[in-house]
Ligand binder design. Structure first.
Ligand SMILES: Cc1ncc(COP(=O)(O)O)c(C=O)c1O
Length: 396
């Protein structure tokens, strides 16, 4: 680590977000885009390649100065020794999990995860002979029983779950995983390193879909994993083999996005809190799910493990899904789209998107009641968003 990076370790998150990793060339302020798939092979490169050193500077799937810059920035924000970036969040999740799981191995996880992760676990990890055990992560006794009953390689959860916004008790889950010899891995996409650093609670790898808040502008896909050098070096060999590496141009956009992460996250979270409180008092709203509200089951836990609650707000409109759809159609600011974490507010209903193939009673059992809406708070003015919701609710 350079002396600059050593010094930045002690700096605030904003300073790290702006300066860490950024690599000047020809006196540039920004890291240039090293748009090169391959690099001159000098004696040092030949030597590193022969020795199988991770990130040998020979080929962009192995290493690229633009992706390396953003990896260093993420490592600093997560207070991790190392980080890697990937072409998508799913590439980060699959490459990380397949590093530690093989035929006959077991993962303990929960169904309360991003739907794409559950789909991949059910369709592909199972196909490769991996035992996927689902438990209720909120029930620590059930987690312990699952870990105790059979040797487990990985415990996997999300810091704030998608879409129910349940907060995981990261310190207790990390302790349990370690007690039974499992590697605790978490997807912290909804929390970001600005709010929560899971490695400091004992997790060994923290993953993000950087498509969302880290990049923040809804213009690229990407993923990352951070952890100790030992863990990340093991994952690097699988990244090299599976090939889900990030493109240098994508890395440059991501680096620009992360430089404002702290400002965007704080502003969107403030607006999300104001909107959640306003919605909670509206007669046409059945319930609001937001971990920053006292009415949320995980209010205290959220305060314990997160500096600020999420930019996501979920709520149920009274009556049914049709009322929810009407509300979305009547809004003028938020766009109906999946994804989240961009500067523009996005709104969607799981019953027509991520959970469209589920039966209504299964959705209800999972906590997704009639009229359930997921809202990703952007950077529009809070008063404008609230006024827009008011006119849309009044029109129902
Ligand atoms: C929590 C979470 N993790 C992972 C992913 C997958 O990320 P990507 O779409 O970048 O592959 C998503 C996508 O919505 C997500 O919400």
């Amino acid at each position: 680590m350079s002396s600059d990076e050593e010094r930045l370790k002690k700096a605030g998150k904003g300073t790290r977000a702006v300066h860490s990793g950024t690599t000047s060339s020809h006196n540039s302020i920004n890291t240039p885009i090293f748009q090169s798939s391959t690099f001159f092979l000098d004696d040092e490169a030949y030597k590193m390649w022969k020795a199988g050193v991770p990130r040998s500077p020979v080929y962009t799937r192995y290493h690229n100065p633009s992706t390396r810059a953003v990896e260093k920035k993420i490592a600093q924000l997560e207070e991790a020794e190392e980080a890697l970036v990937f072409s998508t969040g799913m590439a980060a999740i699959c490459t990380t999990l397949f590093t530690f799981l093989g035929q006959g191995d077991r993962i303990v996880t929960t169904r309360n995860l991003y739907g794409g992760t559950v789909l991949t676990l059910d369709q592909d990890f199972v196909r490769f002979g991996i035992d996927v055990a689902y438990v209720d992560m909120k029930d620590l006794d059930a987690v312990e029983a699952a870990l105790k009953s059979k040797e487990t390689k990985v415990l996997y959860c999300e810091t704030v779950s998608n879409p129910l916004l349940e907060v995981s008790d990261l310190p207790s889950l990390a302790n349990l995983a370690k007690k039974y010899g499992a590697i605790p891995i978490v997807d912290s996409t909804f929390a970001t390193p600005i709010s929560c650093q899971p490695l400091n609670f004992g997790f060994e790898a923290v993953i993000h879909s950087v498509t969302k808040l880290l990049n923040g502008h809804s213009d690229i896909l990407g993923g990352t994993v951070a952890g100790s050098k030992e863990i990340i070096d093991q994952i690097w060999y699988k990244l090299r083999n599976f090939g889900g590496s990030m493109d240098p141009h994508q890395a440059s956009l991501l680096e620009r996005g992360i430089k404002t992460l702290h400002v965007r996250y704080e502003a969107s979270t403030k607006t999300a809190g104001e909107l959640a409180s306003w919605l909670e008092s509206h007669p046409k709203i059945e319930k609001v799910i937001y971990p920053g509200l006292k009415s949320h089951d995980d209010y205290e836990l959220c305060k314990k493990i997160m500096d600020t609650p999420s930019t996501m707000v979920c709520f149920e409109v009274k009556d049914d899904d049709e009322a929810g759809r009407k509300l979305m159609d009547s809004l003028n600011i938020a766009a109906q789209a999946v994804s989240l974490g961009g500067v523009e507010s996005l709104i969607s209903m799981p019953c027509s998107t991520t959970h469209v193939s589920w039966k209504a009673e299964d959705r209800l059992a999972a906590g997704i009641g009639p009229g359930f809406i997921r809202f990703s708070t952007g950077l529009e003015d809070s008063e404008d968003l609230i006024a827009d919701f008011k006119q849309a609710l009044d029109s129902l």
